[in-house]
Design a protein around this ligand. Structure first.
Ligand code: PAF
Length: 278
């Protein structure tokens, strides 16, 4: 496995690798990321992983500075799972000058996560486009844990006709149901014990939809008050269409329930897909 820090060296190394699959990450890898690598591996001769904590996608009050940077441990787990190339640039390599050209996603960037993290998806889309241009993969893997991110990037690739297939990977959960996330490391012990409730309320919402409930607003409000009743500060619980994350009509069948909530000072997100029969 090669660990490469500069864009020039990356281009040179990848010149002999036309068959690339790419997994962009911000490092601090856990089993959820390793699952992305497992989805990637069989799809190409060369699996490329980037590790870059992208300042552009963090708000001024967010955790950019304290986001865990664990390159040595990350490299060891990537080597084990058979990754071929790790691209771990520093900021000057990705942003040698102020990034004044940016990718401005559709209105999708202003709803749900975007409503609570202004500029987040612009930052994500901008760095991912740049990474795509450096790696030039034929496929790239994104976890469904960040569902809205997956949809924004899928749409970006389609609208700009990039020759890249975007492949979603399932969320990996701890035994108690908590979706794996680098931010779980911020949870205190009592908050970690409480954290699986987020997935529990999402499953309850899914069961209600599966059982025929169609009062989406009521499902959302019940889920939010279940969280609030246990000390959470929910930002949103929303029943949406999988295709475009807009509110569903009565006939929509492919739904997703998305949630974001704070327990203590840690903000967690999660979602469940709901595929209703005809
Ligand atoms: O999902 C992430 O870790 C990041 O948003 C990504 C896609 C690597 C872009 O910085």
């Amino acid at each position: 496995m090669d660990i490469i820090h500069s864009a020039a060296a990356l281009r040179e190394r990848l010149q002999r690798e036309p068959d690339n699959v790419f997994v962009p990450t911000m490092g601090n890898l856990h089993e959820g990321h390793i699952e992305l690598m497992r989805v990637a591996k069989p799809r190409a001769a060369c699996t490329v992983v980037s590790i870059f904590v992208n300042r552009l996608q963090f708000g001024p009050k967010e955790d950019f500075e304290r986001y865990p940077r664990t390159l040595e441990a990350d490299a060891a787990s990537l080597e084990k799972v058979g990754v071929n190339v790790v691209f771990a640039p520093d900021e000057r390599e990705i942003y040698p000058e102020a990034q004044t050209f940016v990718v401005e996603p559709s209105d999708l960037q202003h709803i749900l996560e975007g409503a609570h993290r202004p500029g987040h998806f612009r930052g994500v889309a901008t760095v991912v486009l740049k990474l795509f241009n450096l790696v030039m993969p034929h496929s790239a893997i994104f976890g469904k844990k960040d569902y809205q991110q997956y949809i924004v990037l899928r749409d970006m690739v389609r609208q700009f006709a990039l020759p890249i297939e975007i492949i979603p990977a399932e969320t990996v959960r701890a035994e108690d149901g908590l979706a794996l996330s680098s931010r779980n490391a911020y949870l205190s012990e009592p908050a970690r014990r409480e954290a699986p409730r987020l997935y529990q309320v999402l499953r309850k919402a899914r069961a209600a939809l599966d059982g025929g409930a169609r009062d989406f607003q009521r499902i959302e409000l019940e889920a939010m008050s279940a969280l609030a009743g246990h000390g959470w500060k929910p930002d949103y619980v929303a029943v949406r269409r999988q295709a475009d994350l807009q509110p569903p009509g009565a006939d929509d069948r492919a739904l997703v329930v998305l949630a974001a909530a704070r327990i203590d000072s840690t903000r967690l997100i999660d979602n469940v897909e709901v595929n209703l029969g005809r």
